[in-house]
Design a protein around this ligand. Structure first.
Ligand code: GDP
Ligand code: IMO
Ligand code: MG
Length: 417
């Protein structure tokens, strides 16, 4: 029995989809524990690209997939993704929160109202859906699949949400109580047979000696508590999110794989000390295809930041690191790594909890030699000596083994050490 979690150690888009697919080969179950279709996870196998927003990436390996209680689920998106992937064995927890059309509208309206103080959300209704969970007025999967309950819950929620949208935000609501019930009751009946107590199913599988893989979405610094609040998402991407997002005892995780991109990217607003601009940023963005999988927005790009990573090691209890996109840096003359921050003349080597300090942190850089990677290397030893130096330096600084080095998007372009 092994329970493994794949967790983003930076700001998301580190390559979780790729490594989840790689690890899923050995898994009996692949489970999403938080987030929703704000995620965009890419899997590339034999030149074919799959993009998932809601379904666990284990779907490509044909594994049974589960959606845990901590996820917010948009039924329209689920329908689309199931149609795209075709065959899938899927279980959905009754406690999963449903993203309703008013959540999408509220997300957009709230961002527009904030103006230049906006968060830069994906606009998928994530924040408002989690807010309703916390306010105890969310609609759950168990409501969606029961026509009578759904009708009652929509009749209770719709008038309030309509008032907020129209009277507070001045937006015309283009759906009605009836149209929402008509559409969502059909979706509910379609997904009814997928009902599974995910907490029970995952626990039983582990007790029966099976391998369970948990797939995180977003990244450590988008965590609602421990990230760059308020420029965060509304769930808990950190490894601890598995326990509350699935419903498992806290001694149940064996392997915690942190995904670290060989540089840093961020989509949306919020401070980013090692951010680059100009020609070099464009060069890395193009080489790495750094455009959002969900929204298509260009990702902000910067050097690798060891300060946030030291904090990520601690917050997640990382046992392993998967180091991705090393090939993207190939051909640069020199590569910088942020080893420390200078804040008001003082040196720090971790993520400061006060956002204003993070915002004024000046990176202290170590310069490393450039290297070349062809993507054909099959072992660590075959990599350019300078690329190995880069990997070994990061490993030494973080004190966690870089067990995977990824040198291309394809499943096979992965070196296991
Ligand atoms: P996720 O959200 O963490 O799953 O990451 P995304 O799928 O949003 O973004 C990662 C992108 O990088 C995807 O397009 C992947 O196919 C691609 N990718 C993953 N690993 C590598 C790698 O080692 N090298 C290159 N060049 N691309 C990679
Ligand atoms: P994956 O799983 C990168 C960012 C948004 C925004 C903030 C809040 O592919 O790594 P939200 O819509 O969640 O309320 O937006 O979080 N964000 C992501 N950034 N990768 C993601 O997912 C993200 N999901 C949300 O850009 O800054
Ligand atoms: Mg992504």
């Amino acid at each position: 029995m092994t329970s493994t979690v794949v967790v983003g150690a930076q700001f998301g888009d580190e390559g979780k989809g790729k490594i989840t697919d790689f690890e899923a080969e050995k898994a009996d179950l692949v489970v999403r524990y938080q987030g929703g279709n704000n995620a965009g996870h890419t899997v590339v196998v034999d030149g074919k690209t799959f993009k998932f927003h809601l379904l666990p990436s284990g779907a490509v390996q044909g594994k049974r997939c589960l959606i845990g209680a901590g996820v917010v689920l948009d039924p329209r998106v689920l329908k689309e993704e199931i149609e795209k992937i075709g065959e899938i064995e899927l279980g959905i927890d009754p406690r999963v929160q449903i993203i309703m059309p008013w959540h999408n509208s509220l997300d957009g309206a709230s961002e527009a109202r904030k103006g230049d103080k906006k968060i830069g959300t994906t606009g998928r209704g994530i924040g408002p859906a989690y807010a309703d969970r916390a306010s105890r007025c969310g609609i759950r999967f168990s409501d969606l699949i029961d026509e009578e309950k759904l009708k009652k819950r929509i009749s209770e929620e719709f008038p309030i949400k309509k008032d907020i949208l129209e009277k507070v935000y001045g937006i015309t609501v283009d759906f009605s109580e009836e149209s929402v019930f008509k559409e969502y009751s059909v979706l509910g009946q379609e997904f009814k047979s997928m009902l599974s107590d995910v907490s029970l199913e995952a626990s039983k599988a582990l007790n029966d000696g099976k391998n369970v893989l948990f797939e995180g979405a977003q990244g450590t610094f988008l965590d609602n508590d421990f990230g760059t609040y308020p420029f965060v998402t509304s769930s808990h991407p950190i490894a601890g999110g598995v326990f509350t997002g699935v419903g498992l005892g806290i001694r149940k995780l064996d392997k915690i794989i942190g995904l670290v991109k060989a540089y840093t990217t961020r989509v949306g607003e919020g401070p980013f000390p090692s951010e680059l601009d100009g020609e070099l940023a464009n060069q890395i963005r193009e080489a790495g295809g750094e455009y959002g999988t969900t929204t298509g927005r260009p990702r902000r790009v910067g050097w690798l930041d060891l300060c946030i990573l030291r904090t990520a090691v601690r917050l997640n209890g990382l046992t392993d690191i998967a180091f991705t996109k090393l090939d993207v840096l190939s051909g640069l003359d020199k590569i910088l790594i942020c080893t420390d921050y200078e804040i008001d003349g003082e040196k720090f080597n971790e993520f400061p909890h006060a956002l204003e300090n993070f915002a004024k942190a000046k990176p202290v850089y170590k310069e490393m030699s450039g290297f070349k990677i062809s993507g054909k290397e099959k072992s660590f030893e075959e990599l350019d000596e300078k690329a190995r130096e880069y990997v070994e330096f990061v490993e030494k600084e973080l004190g966690v083994k870089l067990s995977f080095v990824s040198i291309g998007p394809g499943r096979k372009e992965t070196i296991q050490r």
